[in-house]
Design a protein around this ligand. Sequence first.
Ligand SMILES: CC(C)(COP(=O)(O)OP(=O)(O)OC[C@H]1O[C@@H](n2cnc3c(N)ncnc32)[C@H](O)[C@@H]1OP(=O)(O)O)[C@@H](O)C(=O)NCCC(=O)NCCS
Length: 262
Amino acid sequence: MSAIHSIESSIHVDHRDITHPQLYCKVSDGEHLCRAGADTVDLWIADLDSSIDQACISEAEYEASRRFHFPKDQQRSRNTRALTRLILSKYLNRSPEVLEFKRNDCGKPYLEGQDNRLRFNLSHGGGKLCIAVAWDCDLGVDLEVRRPIDDASDLVDRFFHPNEATRFRRLPKHLQLESFLRTWTAKEALLKATGIGLNADLSFSELTTYPLSPLRLLNVDPEWGHPQNWTLICPQVAPDLFLSLAVPRPVEGLKIFKVDGI
Ligand SMILES: CC(C)(COP(=O)(O)OP(=O)(O)OC[C@H]1O[C@@H](n2cnc3c(N)ncnc32)[C@H](O)[C@@H]1OP(=O)(O)O)[C@@H](O)C(=O)NCCC(=O)NCCS
């Protein structure tokens, strides 16, 4: 099976429930799929348990997948590497196996050398993968599958801005899980866009309190610019999937592609 064909033939663009519809561009029939423009971002959503051609992954990537105990997790790890290569190679018009990846000091992967203008970030969880792709601009993406979180209050105290934590505690209990998962993915996406990961402190970002208001960035560490220059999008691509995309600049178009449908 050719994975590329599998991707192309199964692309399905979801027009529903885009949180910021004005940011969403319809992909018209016949449009070249990977012509992401200067101010647009593409989001690819994939099921990691589907059958993907893994021939393009490197030996090191194959070896790394073996650190997982369960075969299912090994398979997901290899599918993550294969899909990343297959998708990015479509933008670069290069063979997926020749792409070279590096990681920054905090673990964020990027493309080496001549391909470096193409930026991406990925998130995986619950058997799903999301890859965000843009030219010339770093970006961050995070996904979480809806599940009970027993220690949400502790995590809020540890990782949220003090103002966010105060407002979170005032929320009715039945709204707290939804609020937590949406806010968490948004804050992770913001951190992942900067690439600093765990090194950020609590005041790095302050968001509005979802669902009392739409999720918006109120404050961000001045080192990362003015909050209004950031784009934060939380599209509802599947009922129990919380997904956030953060880009440190205005974004004019967002396209969402589903690989093998979810
Ligand atoms: C590294 C980190 C970003 C990974 O996030 P996660 O939710 O555990 O896992 P995800 O699936 O979303 O993302 C993992 C992917 O992010 C990418 N990544 C790793 N380090 C990264 C970094 N510093 N910046 C951006 N992306 C990173 C990698 O591609 C990784 O997948 P891979 O190792 O298979 O290539 C996370 O551990 C982290 O540092 N989070 C910040 C913690 C925190 O303060 N959270 C508070 C939010 S309120």
